[in-house]
Design a protein around this ligand. Sequence first.
Ligand SMILES: Nc1ccn([C@@H]2O[C@H](COP(=O)(O)OP(=O)(O)OP(=O)(O)O)[C@@H](O)[C@H]2O)c(=O)n1
Ligand SMILES: C[C@](O)(CO)[C@H](O)COP(=O)(O)O
Length: 227
Amino acid sequence: MPLESQAAVIAVVPAAGVGKRMGGHIPKQYLPLQGRPILSHTLSRLLCHPRIARVIVAIGPEDGYFADLPEAQDPRLTVVTGGQERADSVRLALAEIPQPDAWALVHDAARPCLTAGDIDRLLAECEAQGAILAMPVRDTMKRADDQQRIDHTVERAALWHALTPQLFPAQALHHALCEAEQAGAEITDEASAMERQGWRPKLVSGRPDNIKVTHPDDLRLAELFLA
Ligand SMILES: Nc1ccn([C@@H]2O[C@H](COP(=O)(O)OP(=O)(O)OP(=O)(O)O)[C@@H](O)[C@H]2O)c(=O)n1
Ligand SMILES: C[C@](O)(CO)[C@H](O)COP(=O)(O)O
């Protein structure tokens, strides 16, 4: 069931990380790809999608880079200060959405290769309990023991990689994240907060080039995909 055509879709971009695994001298979302910061690619792909009315970005308290992005001047953009963890940044951004019936499309700043086609598919296939872009696992999956030896093979038939964007009613997602925070639950994506509430979001097949730039090698891949 496609999202109601008149439903407001607000993008939420967690961009307050420091990129520890990247090991760079600046937060990875500001590293250049094709001559532009990663976050600039991500924001422009969201801002130019016709169904996205507004973008709320959560940036770090010490962020000295965001204001220099060309997209920072876009009047549809709202900037908030993020939190300690990704889930805190998303929760703080959601607090800026007043409409009770708005939907939140949460997308990592570190995923600059997102395409309009993937956003279209997520919106078209979204159900009442939300939806996430995801990719079926292609490799045989192993569970390691504490010596990094194979403990056992994991059944992969229904195993998916969760990607972003992840699409949920904004108010329900905000409530779920607040509950998870109060419970001290570890939340690494929006769907896991909704699952704690008993929701069963739809898995929507996404492109394999919608990678999250996490380690240095990912930069070269993202360059290739963006080219
Ligand atoms: N407190 C945090 C932590 C992360 N993020 C954002 O969440 C996205 C996905 O997180 P990840 O890839 O882990 O980014 P970092 O936390 O920066 O990376 P690392 O874990 O290597 O430090 C990124 O766009 C990051 O900026 C955020 O908004 N607030
Ligand atoms: C949200 C996410 O990109 C889905 O795969 C992932 O959970 C983010 O994890 P990270 O450790 O915050 O990068």
